[in-house]
Design a binder for this molecule. Structure first.
Ligand code: FNR
Length: 193
């Protein structure tokens, strides 16, 4: 069947530029015929990690939702803001909760990381920080990343990027990422036969 890709923005606010970028990436992925599951952090609402909570009740509902949606995809895309040159606490907290389950849904999955920020570097340092916990968990983080600078003026009314060169680069990055995932998923199928 078609590739299944989970896409989510890692910010909570309704007007999030990372939510916009996630929606655009979801559209580009959908255009290739893949199946997209577009999520927001509100779908994964959960308390702060607390070992006592975990011992009493296991994973909270929001963490189980993220686990389930990761299990159902072949690959995922995160559009994350950069907070203080690193990963937003909300996203790191979600990764920490989900890291507590076996089998580990982050393991061996391909991931594309993108970011948007009003700054001139587009939140790229946050993505380098995000690689650390994901790679620790065994995620195959795609080497190329995409960071949208000046994100407050980066989108046109139809949700595309205002800069055609950047729109093209994003489209090419998504397409190259999907080719890799497709080749790998097909290889694994052949191997298992
Ligand atoms: C920020 N922001 C920010 N931007 C950046 O480029 N580098 C940074 O280190 C930080 N640090 C930071 C810390 C905190 C606590 C906040 C709230 C914000 C700005 C951030 O990129 C901006 O708020 C974006 O708009 C967030 O993305 P969304 O909400 O538009 O998706």
């Amino acid at each position: 069947g078609p590739l299944r890709v989970l896409v989510f923005g890692a910010a909570m606010r309704a007007e999030s530029s990372n939510g916009r970028l996630a929606a655009l990436v979801a559209r580009l992925i959908g255009d290739t015929g893949a199946t997209v599951d577009l999520a927001t952090m509100h779908d994964f609402d959960m308390p702060l990690y607390d070992g006592d909570l975990e011992a009493e009740a296991g994973l909270p509902v929001g963490a189980l939702a993220l686990r389930d949606r990761l299990e159902r995809c072949d690959a995922f895309v995160i559009s994350s803001p950069e907070y203080n040159a690193s990963v937003p606490g909300v996203l790191k907290n979600a990764i920490d909760w989900v890291s507590r389950v076996q089998p580990q849904p982050f393991k061996t999955k391909h991931a594309l990381l993108v970011s948007a920020s009003p700054s001139l570097v587009g939140g790229n340092r946050g993505l380098w920080a995000l690689r650390v916990p994901l790679e620790h968990l065994g995620t195959r983080v795609y080497p190329d990343m995409f960071s949208l600078a000046s994100a407050h003026q980066g989108f046109s009314a139809d949700g595309q990027l205002t800069d055609p060169g950047l729109q093209q680069r994003l489209t090419e990055t998504v397409s190259a990422f999907l080719s890799l995932v497709e080749a790998d998923v097909r290889y694994v199928c052949l191997e298992r036969r």
